[in-house]
Design a protein around this ligand. Structure first.
Ligand SMILES: Cc1ncc(COP(=O)(O)O)c(C=O)c1O
Length: 407
């Protein structure tokens, strides 16, 4: 047992949390549109370089209502998969606003990506580049301009990664695109997700620019995503202003004007999402509080299945004593912990908990593992709230199954 020293941040008032759960049920994903808009503005304003385009990485969150907020804020979309492109087009992004930087498409998928008119493709291997150029030959009558880039693989800069092409492969890549009547227009850099150290990005700028110049028709640099988010209140936060200043300084010093593409995922959307749940069981084991809540890691797989930390708060009086607490999901799966060793006051069944910063890789990574239908999603806008994805019911578990019904 320790005493409360800090007042935990609440995502919104208890009254609103109760109203939301009364309206939409528990558990519930809630997104705060104002917070999202503020983050988008902060990131956008941090990079003064005039030819900068921001593309939201929808791998982190594919809800159409949220994608629209990026669209009206002037951002494009970054697609990891054809599914991302499909969602982006449905949210009204034009194919020109979509940058694909994924991996390992088969021929049918490559055809689909090009048929959709996706304007910029950053390819991850010589084979993918070759496939793209082959498909381009018979799809080209349906296409407007296609820009091609290479994803860079250079362990000193990108870390050890399976993704990307090494500079020594550039000549082979150039031969392939030239034979297809295309050019290599861009270089794509990805540092790896959740990087909070700003230096990891700024200290590689010069080398990246030098490598980009190996491409004779170089016209854009895609600086990727991977920008971290400070899930721990006292953790290191990625410094957008510092990053933007450094990048702008180097790009302005170039002898040509190139386009800069930035594709943040987590950094843009993590902070606006909260997962609300209710306590359904309380027990005490050797002084530790064991809370059972009505959600599961299948609704939020990141922390306990993939590692990581998400702060869990309650609305209990901040002066109450805190106890080491495990917050357990509503299955017996051995990793069904939403949080371990959290510092929470003694709670009762019916109390509400809020799992913070779940806007990125939250709903997007939820699944039907453990056979629980997924929660709904709600958007807070000013004083109002609206449903932006319905709660699933048990019928979802039968989707696409072929079976004979009795009777
Ligand atoms: C090429 C690329 N860009 C951007 C992202 C988004 O990453 P993050 O959420 O770490 O910014 C990803 C994630 O997989 C990615 O592969």
């Amino acid at each position: 047992m320790i005493s409360a020293q800090t007042v935990p941040t609440k995502p919104f008032s208890l009254k609103l949390a109760e109203e939301l759960l009364a309206n939409y049920g528990s558990p519930l994903y809630v997104y705060h549109s104002e917070r999202l808009r503020k983050t988008i503005a902060h990131i956008t304003q941090s990079i003064p370089y005039p030819c900068t385009k921001f593309h939201f990485a929808s791998v982190t969150n594919g809800n159409l209502a949220l994608l629209k907020i990026f669209l009206v804020s002037g951002w494009g979309l970054h697609a990891n998969t054809p599914g991302d492109i499909y969602l982006g087009l449905t949210a009204d992004f034009s194919p020109k606003q979509i940058v694909y930087s994924g991996s390992n498409l088969n021929r049918a998928e490559m055809e689909q990506v090009l048929k959709w008119g996706t304007a910029t493709l950053n390819l991850d291997s010589i084979s993918q580049l070759d496939l793209c150029c082959q498909v381009y030959q018979y799809i080209k009558p349906q296409l407007s301009r296609l820009r091609l880039g290479l994803r860079l693989n250079l362990p000193q800069l990108t870390g050890e990664s399976r993704i990307g092409v090494r500079p020594e492969e550039f000549p082979a890549a150039l031969n392939i695109v030239q034979a297809a009547g295309l050019k290599l227009n861009g270089l794509h850099f990805y540092r790896g997700t959740g990087t909070n150290a700003t230096k990891s990005f700024t200290q590689v700028i010069e080398q990246l620019l030098a490598i980009s110049k190996l491409l004779p028709d170089w016209e854009y640099l895609d600086f990727g995503g991977g920008f971290g988010y400070p899930y721990h209140a006292d953790g290191v936060a990625f410094d957008w202003k510092d990053f933007g200043r450094e990048l702008t300084k180097h790009l302005n010093a170039l002898d040509r004007k190139i386009e800069l593409i930035i594709e943040p995922g987590r950094a843009a959307i993590a902070g606006c999402g909260t997962l609300l749940a209710k306590v359904v069981s309380v027990k005490w084991q050797s002084g530790k509080q064991i809370l059972g809540v009505d959600t599961t890691v299948a609704n939020l797989s990141v922390p306990s299945v993939h590692g990581g930390y998400r702060k869990i708060v309650t609305w209990a009086d901040s002066k109450r004593e805190l106890y080491s607490t495990d917050v357990c999901g509503n299955t017996t799966y051995s990793r069904d912990y939403l949080g371990r060793n959290c510092q929470l006051p003694a709670l009762q069944t019916g109390d509400i908990i809020a799992i913070l910063d779940v806007g990125a890789y939250g709903y997007a990574m939820s699944s039907h593992f453990l056979h629980r239908p997924r929660p709904p999603e709600v958007l807070l806008e000013g004083d109002t709230h609206r449903l932006i994805r319905q709660r699933e019911d048990y019928r979802i578990l039968l989707n696409n199954q072929l079976f004979e019904q009795r009777g």
